[in-house]
Design a protein around this ligand. Structure first.
Ligand code: GDP
Length: 364
């Protein structure tokens, strides 16, 4: 799962991205992260892994990870090829969701591209570029569909209706994600892979001083208003502090957070919020060798979840032995849970739940 970090220049994207790479997951475990400099990988915080580790004393603990891509270069006019223009847009098409960093801090030494702090204006500037890019793509698609309609196939007529509806929505300055469709129309819309239909999380980058006193922050309320108009969420971070936290050792980190009056780091909050907007959950595997979390999309069935571990597990899937994390903890051990009948045997149609501690049985 990949999230793209976007935002105007000088809003704190690189600062946040540095925090992500510094806090980064051990790269040896994730060979795919040795790749490009604009890709950072962080572990998804999950205290259940620590609790399971106490029970199993495993050789290693492996959290699941999430990938962030720093997508720099979005400026006014990007959809027309200004700045990094098209290169930027192709990166953003590849991500599953967008973290849109919005400057909510004042600092006379750091210029704002438009001269003043204005979260609503900034969000609209970026969103408009993305909307323009979608319109351009959609227009080409509509042309093609019109040609296909000559074949007489009714399917193209319904496609065209959906496409036109999206186009006029976009032309009114709104992102595709704020348009509601019925199931069938949604399936048609999904084929378009529009940038503005990706889920967005707005990250309000507030100043160090404002972090502990958010009530009455006018920049934040302005951003909240824009976000709620399209049913997106806002989370507050201070990129500068995150960068400092990311450099600390684990023990120091807790002290630092406590001194700041914070419960968890903004980065941890960001990762959890991203998980939520992407509709992701984790199932867990536990044994003396390894305690591990695995990411799946909500609604994934047991065989496909098994396939996350190994394709052989999916192909030869027989059943899954599952105990929920809470049941396991309440019983104190796997055997105790088994005696109480809390270890269930689930088949091919079972829909995995968050925190399922799972053992897959399969044929080789
Ligand atoms: P980008 O162009 O969006 O990647 O922005 P940068 O991350 O390079 O940040 C631009 C400038 O703003 C840098 O000098 C940062 O140190 C500064 N900056 C970023 N986040 C904060 C913040 O939360 N508070 C303050 N005071 N400065 C920040």
């Amino acid at each position: 799962m990949k999230l793209g970090i976007v935002g105007l220049p000088n809003v704190g994207k690189s600062t946040l991205f540095n925090a992500i790479t510094k806090a980064g997951a051990e790269s040896a475990n994730y060979p795919f992260c040795t790749i490009e400099p604009n890709v950072g990988i962080v572990s998804v915080p999950d205290e259940r892994l620590d609790m399971l580790a106490k029970m199993y004393n495993p050789e290693k603990i492996t959290p699941t990870v999430i990938e962030f891509v720093d997508i720099a270069g979005l400026v006014k006019g990007a959809s027309k090829g200004e700045g990094l223009g098209n290169k930027f847009l192709s990166h953003i098409r590849e991500v599953d969701a967008i973290v849109h960093v919005v400057r909510c801090f004042e600092d006379g030494n750091i210029v704002h591209v438009d001269g003043s702090i204005g979260p609503k204006r900034d969000v609209e500037t970026i969103n408009l570029e993305l909307i323009f890019a979608d319109i351009e793509m959609l227009e080409r698609r509509i042309d093609r569909t019109r040609k296909m309609m000559k074949s007489g196939d009714k399917k193209f007529q319904s496609e065209l209706e959906v496409f036109e509806a999206i186009k006029s929505h976009l032309e009114s300055g709104k992102p595709a994600r704020s348009l509601a469709f019925d199931h069938e129309q949604q399936q048609i819309a999904d084929q378009l892979f529009l940038i503005t239909s990706k889920p967005v999380l707005y990250a309000a980058n507030v100043s160090e001083n404002d972090l502990s006193e958010l009530a009455g922050n006018r920049f934040l309320s302005e951003l909240n208003e824009v976000a709620s108009s399209e049913a997106s969420e806002v989370m507050v971070i201070c990129a500068k502090i995150e960068e400092e936290i990311a450099q600390l050792a684990e023990e120091e980190k807790a002290d630092f957070l406590e001194a700041m009056g914070l419960e968890e780091s903004g980065l941890d909050k960001l990762v959890k919020a991203s998980y939520k907007i992407l509709g992701l959950i984790s199932f867990l595997t536990a044994g003396p060798q390894e305690v591990r979390a695995w990411t799946i999309i909500k609604g994934t069935k047991a065989p496909q979840a098994a396939g996350k571990i190994h394709s052989d597990f999916e192909r030869g899937f027989i059943r899954a032995e599952i105990v929920s994390y809470n049941d396991l903890m309440n019983c104190g051990s796997y055997n105790a849970a088994k005696e109480k009948g809390l270890v269930r045997s689930e088949g091919k149609e079972y829909v995995m739940q968050d925190g399922d501690v799972t053992l897959f049985r399969f044929n080789v």
